[in-house]
Design a binder for this molecule. Sequence first.
Ligand code: B12
Ligand code: SF4
Length: 446
Amino acid sequence: MKVLFAEIDTARQWACASIGPAFIAALLRAAGHDASLYRARKEDTQSKIVSDIRAAGPDLIGVSLTTRQWLRARVLVGAIRPEIDAPIIAGGLHPTFSPTQVLETPGFDYVCLGEGEEAMLDLVTALENGEPTSGIDNIWKAGEERPALRPPIQPMDDLPFMARDMLDEYEGCVHMTTQRGCPFPCTYCAARMYNELYEDIANYGRRRSVGSVVEELLEIRRDGTLAYVIFLDETFTIYRRWVREFCSVYRERLAIPFSIHARVETVNEKLIGELAAAGCKHITYGVESGSLRVRRDIMQRAASNERIKKTFRRTREAGIMVTANYMLGIPGETRDDLQQTYDLATELQEHALDFGYFVFYPYPGTTLFRVCLDNGYLPDDYLGREANHHESILNLPNLTRDEISEYYDRFTALRERQSLQRAGACLSDEAQATIRDSVEQIATTG
Ligand code: B12
Ligand code: SF4
């Protein structure tokens, strides 16, 4: 059977496509099906997308959706439905936590709840054999009852390696995932909601064996270039024993530079040293807020500012580049909290090469989404608004949208100053003077 996954680009094209379909496609291909990816680029018109998909002749169309992709996807699927005679299934974070919203939207025939590999294989087999598609675990058919969930896939090593041709990788820079699930309780995070979805069935947290991860990378190297590895796991440094074993085997057999995401509570000096020795060149830490009150009481992230600063310093001293991420406009935050975030970001610049800053958006399924809903912070038309991280959609009692935008602009200016200063350090005196002028201009306007 011919399955076409459509990747829906939004404001920007990300470095790699959604990886859920790449896992599913690998299993479908192993079972003899044809699975491929079509990218609906931002600039592509609706009629081009419809005609491209028609030309591909799929028997089933799959779309992987985050909340950000949902708004464009629902319009595109509405346009595809009358033109192409193939059922359409949506999976991923957004359909999993807003399934009825998706199924009530014209064009969507099925929603996949949670993990999709085995469920898609069962659906494709049923469709191919002309069998009924009702009652397949995880697959919610429009107009029918919510299905049961099958247990999370275990062991993860049984899954075939991702269909890498679907990831848009180039020049040997590859993306890897080693685990599913995160044990932390961050209240704004959609990823951790998988734990709750599966809580009556089994523990959602699982990790591949070190051997399987290394084998996948060795296979990539055997087939071509392997220059850099980006581990996409949300917190690479959980399960320290696994990380230690990984570092030792990776260092011996691969020693290719790599980057990871981590939480400061999960690392110590020893682990940072082992990561550095294995080839880790870059760690992104979620700092999120400079206010301990906001981190601890609202976000459920309790690390102290001292711990954050110490971890940043140790990471840099180990020769690893550091990036920090911040969030602005969290429900319950005040202007003073925003200022504390700005102050901490300024202080951490000494150690962090760069930082990301995002205006808070409440993702369905999360604790903070519920807080926003229950307290009337969400505007009535929120379902029709774009999910973005540039401006707040919320009506918050302690913080205006303008105040959030003001701080967003201040972070933009801070980041520009930082990159100009770093560029300046390698330039001539004359070039540095020009940059100093620009920096001053930014400082006065920012
Ligand atoms: C890697 C990653 C990225 C990568 C790749 C994105 C991707 N979609 O894979 C990059 C860097 C590009 C990225 C970017 C962003 N991300 Co991101 N990202 C992640 C992260 C850490 C891991 C995703 C992953 O690897 N999952 C592993 C795969 C195997 O799981 P999966 O995607 O859930 O897929 C399974 C099922 O959902 C299902 N499935 C998935 N798709 C489909 C499709 C079909 C047809 C079927 C049947 C089933 C199915 O089957 C899959 C296999 O079992 C997640 C956290 C998480 N754990 O999900 C955040 C996450 C998905 N990202 C998030 C966000 C907010 C963003 C950004 C907006 C960041 C930003 N601030 O700008 C952008 C927007 C991207 C976009 N296109 O919308 C949120 C999404 C919340 C939401 N409800 O929308 C998450 C959940 C993080 C969070 N803490 O809340 N991200
Ligand atoms: S540590 Fe990251 S992935 Fe885990 S719950 Fe918090 S934000 Fe989500």
